[in-house]
Design a protein around this ligand. Structure first.
Ligand code: MF3
Ligand code: CO
Length: 261
């Protein structure tokens, strides 16, 4: 059963998501050669605190492990859940995925964006563009009356015509009072499959796409997921509310115009 948010829940989702978007947006311009991923963590931690929110990543439990940072910063072949480090110095040509998940007033906002440290290779620039487009197409498929598989298929088909590997080991998800609620929203699947979309659902739609094959593995730190062939990987994510008037992106950056998918 996919939870449906009531009026109050939607208001709280809006607030949490606006904050998550604000934090993510504040980190993007910091990404440049010479800084470390720990610098981004420190800025993210401070901004989350300034807003009076709480990182949903810090202390997040997976098996017996707890995630040790307030942000996830994944560089190049790192797909997701990269742990910020003083030792990871960014260089020209790197791509840096910033993933911000925070809780405010009992509700969670989740969003991610991959920033290039310019200049990057044209092949990698294309990977970023296509993954961003795939997120847009996935959001556009999140129409009331459609099914979850319509989102999945829109993302998969756009990425695969470009020959990219769509990650299968991690998926998008419902989000609300918990970071991960039903349903799972794979970035691959058949049109017309899965549960039907109704108004008031909130989804984290998040294509994770590799320049090479789709296989991934987790490093010995227990968190960092990398592409098995070590090819660069992109990750873009929004939290979206489904409405009768169409999907509404709740994690639009403050600078962006109010847009509908
Ligand atoms: N957006 C990531 C997810 O949905 C954030 C995970 S937080 C972490 O899985 F603690 F697991 F890193
Ligand atoms: Co997510």
């Amino acid at each position: 059963m996919i939870p449906v948010k009531d009026k109050e829940g939607i208001l709280r989702m809006r607030a949490a998501c606006a904050m998550a978007a604000k934090v993510l947006d504040s980190l993007k311009p910091l990404v440049r050669p010479g800084i470390t991923t720990m610098d981004l963590e420190e800025a993210g931690r401070a901004e989350i605190a300034r807003l009076g929110a709480r990182s949903a990543c810090f202390g997040y439990q997976h098996g017996s492990r707890r995630y040790p940072a307030h942000t996830c910063i994944s560089v190049n072949e790192e797909v997701v859940h990269g742990i910020p480090s003083f030792k990871r110095i960014l260089r020209e040509g790197d791509i840096v995925s910033l993933d911000i998940v925070l809780e405010f007033n009992g509700y969670i906002g989740d969003n991610a964006y991959t920033v290039p440290v310019l200049p990057v290779a044209p092949k990698v620039q294309n990977l970023l563009r296509v993954t961003r487009e795939a997120l847009e197409l996935g959001i556009r498929a999140a129409q009331v009356g459609n099914r979850i598989g319509d989102i999945s298929n829109a993302i998969q088909s756009h990425c695969e015509v470009h020959g990219y590997g769509v990650v299968r080991d991690m998926v998008g998800h419902g989000v609300g009072v918990s970071m991960h609620e039903p349903p799972e929203i794979p970035n691959f699947g058949r049109r017309g499959s899965g549960e039907r979309i109704r108004p008031g659902m909130t989804f984290a739609i998040e294509p994770m796409v590799n320049l090479g094959g789709y296989a991934t593995r987790t490093l010995a730190d227990g968190w960092t997921v990398v592409s098995s062939d070590r090819s660069p990987s992109a990750h873009f994510e929004h939290t979206v509310l489904t409405t009768e008037k169409g999907p509404e992106i709740l994690t639009l950056p403050p600078s962006a115009p109010v847009a509908k998918a």
